[in-house]
Design a protein around this ligand. Structure first.
Ligand SMILES: [Fe+2]
Ligand SMILES: [Fe+2]
Length: 394
């Protein structure tokens, strides 16, 4: 049996890690490859690091569908600082008679002699160093030096997977820039639902929302933010505004009865339409609370929150993005949603019209009439799509 051990902080895990793992699994013919989350690496102390248990859960969700590659929390379960030699010894004990491989990046090889007990590591496992194709150093000379000083075997390979850094992923998360080309889909969703690597203001709002909204609603909110950031980026709209609007769009989305009680308690006047359709309340009230309770003063953000349920004739691009993101975020599941997701990244108006038609069909099927303003918005969008098509056709 061949077992690989690939350690890292994985803060967060990204596609460069995953591709490298798949490459070494296949290159070395590994039966199992364990990606070991470093709890407290002695060579990289950083008090600001994401808790190891969170990094581990993120890695676990990223590897859910990988063949033969597993997240390992063995270093998390050990007391004190974690050393690679102890991790190797753990797997040596668990898989007696197996051939072990310790996978390291080519850039780590030079410092290997400084690790704790390099000789003992090499007595238990082969060292497999993966360098990038453009590596300039003489890796064979470094490997020969290690072999002559400590014994054992160093295997060298080169792999040109995507050049991604966790630092860049964190920077993008902070600044509301999409990361979908850098991390696995499940990692992206995990980072959003848990507000990882985001500014304190965003983390604070999520934490306040978590006290008001049910878990499912909170996750929907965070995933709407994830979708809104990507749509905004694609359509040239301010992504930070999109994130904020998405974050607060359902800030008072309570069950109808609770919502009516809230309005009565806070002397909030309702329109006749809102009294008859209490689900409409949360968008207008949400915009009021976003301003008064959460301190959002930007009128574009407030308007996007207000318009996310019924839409409005003459909606801004931000309004449209929030409207659509709310309906197509990754946890939404209705017939045709995947097609609308694709369309949304090319033509936000057409995506919005399709989403509105879908809800209108649902309304009609459940025996209710379509709201007149919804019909007006649908007509408006259809006109806009028609005139855009005309323009394109010259
Ligand atoms: Fe809503
Ligand atoms: Fe929503």
């Amino acid at each position: 049996m061949k077992i690989g051990i690939f350690g890292g902080t994985f803060d967060p895990v990204h596609l460069g890690h995953i591709w490298t793992a798949r490459f070494v699994r296949d290159e070395l013919g590994l039966d199992k490859l364990f990606m070991v989350v470093a709890a407290d690496p002695p060579h990289k102390p950083d008090p600001g690091r994401t808790p190891a248990s969170v990094r581990y859960r993120m890695l676990e969700s990223a590897l859910k569908h990988e063949n033969g590659i597993f997240a390992s929390d063995v270093e998390l379960k050990r007391e004190g600082k974690s050393f690679t030699v102890d991790t190797i010894a753990h797997y040596k004990g668990q898989y007696r008679g197996a051939e072990l491989f310790l996978i390291v990046g080519g850039d780590m090889l030079e410092s290997f002699p400084l690790w704790r007990e390099p000789q003992r590591i090499l007595s238990m496992a082969k060292l497999a160093a993966v360098s990038r194709p453009d590596e300039k150093r003489d890796m064979r000379a470094i490997a020969d030096d290690i072999e002559s000083r400590f014994g054992g075997k160093v295997i060298l390979s080169r792999f040109g997977g995507p050049l991604i850094s966790s630092t860049e992923v964190r920077r993008r998360m902070w600044s509301a820039i999409p990361v979908d080309t850098m991390v696995p889909m499940h990692t992206e969703q995990y980072m959003y639902t848990n507000a990882l690597y985001m500014p304190p203001e965003i983390i604070g709002i999520r934490s306040r929302l978590s006290k008001i909204l049910k878990r499912k609603r909170l996750n929907h909110t965070m995933l709407t933010a994830c979708e809104a950031v990507k749509l905004a980026y694609r359509h040239g709209v301010d992504t930070e505004k999109a994130r904020m609007a998405a974050l607060l769009h359902d800030c008072i989305k309570l069950p109808n009865k609770e919502l009516l009680e809230y309005c009565a308690e806070h002397c909030y006047d309702l329109t006749e339409e809102e009294k008859n359709n209490p689900y409409l309340i949360h968008s207008r009230l949400g915009a009021v609370l976003a301003c008064e309770e959460y301190g959002v003063k930007d009128p574009e953000i407030l308007q996007a929150i207000k318009n996310h349920t019924l839409g409005r004739v003459g909606m801004s691009m931000l309004d449209r993005i929030i409207y659509v993101a709310d309906k197509i975020e990754p946890s939404r599941d209705f017939e045709g949603v995947d097609e609308i997701r694709d369309i949304a990244y090319n033509d936000i108006n057409r995506a919005m019209l399709l989403v509105m038609r879908h809800s209108a069909d649902y309304t009609l099927k459940s025996g209710r009439a379509i709201n007149p303003s919804t019909q007006a918005v649908m007509d408006y969008l259809a006109d806009e799509i028609a005139s855009n098509t005309e323009e394109q056709n010259g």
